[in-house]
Structure formats: C-alpha cells, structure tokens
Write a protein that binds this ligand. Sequence first.
Ligand SMILES: Nc1nc2c(ncn2[C@@H]2O[C@H](COP(=O)(O)OP(=O)(O)OP(=O)(O)O)[C@@H](O)[C@H]2O)c(=O)[nH]1
Ligand SMILES: [Mg+2]
Length: 292
Amino acid sequence: MAMTSLSSQFELAKNGDRRSLARLLTRIENGEEFKVDTQSLPWVLGVTGPPGSGKSSLIDRLASHWSNIGDRVAILAIDPSSPISGGALLGDRARMVHTNPSHVYFRSISTRGNHGGISPGLESMIVTLSELGWNRIIIETVGVGQSEFSVISVVNRVLLVDGPDRGDVLQAEKAGILEIADLIACNKSDLPGSSSSMRSIIDGLSFSENPPPVVSVSSLTGEGIQELAEKIDEVVPNQSKNIARAIITLESTMISRIRKSPVYEDVITKISERKITTLEGVELLEDQYGKL
Ligand SMILES: Nc1nc2c(ncn2[C@@H]2O[C@H](COP(=O)(O)OP(=O)(O)OP(=O)(O)O)[C@@H](O)[C@H]2O)c(=O)[nH]1
Ligand SMILES: [Mg+2]
C-alpha cells in the first residue's frame, strides 16, 4: 500500500483524527519535510526548571484551565533519555485526567541520538500543530542539563518553575535561566517553605534590570493558577529575551556536541595527565567539528 501523503494525513488530523496526527508528527520528527503555509506565529510556551519542581503538574493545571475555556493545548515533552517517541512520557508520573480531553494533546519527544539534544523536526512540528488549530503549544523540558536549554530558542515565552525544596533559585541563577524567563512560578505554595523561597527568588532578581513577575502557585490545590495563566497572557515576546535565549541555545548545543566528540574522553585524559595543553585539547576537538 502506498504511504498516505503528508497532506492527506494533515487533513485527517485537521478533522480530529488523533492517530493521523500522531503519525504525521512522527513522520515530521523523523525528518520528512512538510511545509505548511503559516498564517501566524505559533504561540509557544517553554516550561523549564529544576527536576521535581512541579513542571508537569503545573502544565497539567494550565492545560485544564485553558482547555476549559475552549483553547486547544498541545504539550510536547522533550525527553532526553527516552528511546521511544510518540508514546506516553516514560518515567513520568501519570498525567492528570483532563475535563476536556479533546482539547488537550500530549506527546513525548526523544532527543536521544540528536546532536545537541534538539529534535531537528521540532520547529516544523510546532508550526504544523499551530496550523491544525492547537493555539497553545507547551514545550516541557524533562531532566537536567544542557538538553533542557537547547529547546529554548523555539519558544516565544518561557516559564520557570521553582520550588521550595532546594536551592533551586541559586541553580537557576547560575545557569542564567532567570534572565531568559518571562515569568517565574514559585510552585508548592501549600508547603511550609514556600514564602521564604518566594522571597529568595525575588532577592535573586534584585539586580535584574527588568525582572520577570513571580507568581506563587500550588499545582496540588490549584491556588494561583488563574493568576499565573493571566500573567502568561500578559507576556509580550521581546528581542532582548530572544537574544539571551539564542545565546543559551547556541552555547548549550556546542557543549553537547563537544561532549559527543569521539575524542572528548581522550582529550580530557591527556589534559589531566599534562600530556597536552588545554589549548591543544581545544584544537583536537575543533579538528573533529566537521565530522560531528
Ligand atoms: N505539595 C505539592 N507537591 C507538588 C506540587 N506540584 C508538584 N508536586 C509534587 O512534586 C513532585 C514532582 O512533580 P512533577 O510535576 O513531576 O515535577 P517535574 O518538575 O515535572 O519533575 P521532573 O519532570 O522529574 O523534572 C510530585 O510528587 C508532585 O506530586 C505542589 O504544588 N505542591
Ligand atoms: Mg516532569
């Protein structure tokens, strides 16, 4: 049987066929080229933050909130370790049962095997979803490390989720995420430590020229979700944030590439044994760039 064309799969997906939607996205993810005439820029929110801060729980709350007012919410979870894509998010807890399931779409995207941790078809998937009427696209970063930031440049709004559990704010400050965030959610407001973590987030922003709003929320009780959703809609995408995101994306992608170099371990060992200088190590890695 001849393979269904991408455009007929697109039409089927447009009529609400989830299986066609999943297949279409899989084919785009696997590198098949699909151009849709874009009428408008997709609305894309990136959600980032330390492990366990409550990103998934918060996204579920927001998805429920928006789907209940008639929006169509597509969640793409970037999973750096999962070998399977298109399935349920492996290793993550069960997702919330949405009251309006036809208005929520969830998909996990594996970054395994992709240089720099970004799926090459991701941008095309986003445009396709947007053209299919998914008017809120949420990119959920899963796990830690560089792959978390490599997707930041495909989004036009960033929500940083922090929690009261650890020195999360410090981590965010160090990684430069506070700068790229349009909005910060201080999650788990139902827990005792939350007001002090709220204060330390605000303190951490005291040197920022244009600090993002900080909203206290609880994904457990739903407190603050409405306010957070409103604040998200007040975000005006701006070029200085885009530049900060482009820097982070570029640098984190470079670092991922360097680490994937076949000579990386060897170069590290040689530098540590003083057999070569750091600069010589850099040159050895640079020689490999064209081959990555
Ligand atoms: N008390 C409380 N617990 C919460 C809240 N939000 C999330 N949790 C709990 O925190 C844990 C982590 O929540 P997730 O939503 O999986 O966090 P995450 O940031 O997506 O985690 P990773 O994907 O592993 O980085 C779970 O046990 C949640 O039930 C909250 O507002 N209050
Ligand atoms: Mg999660």
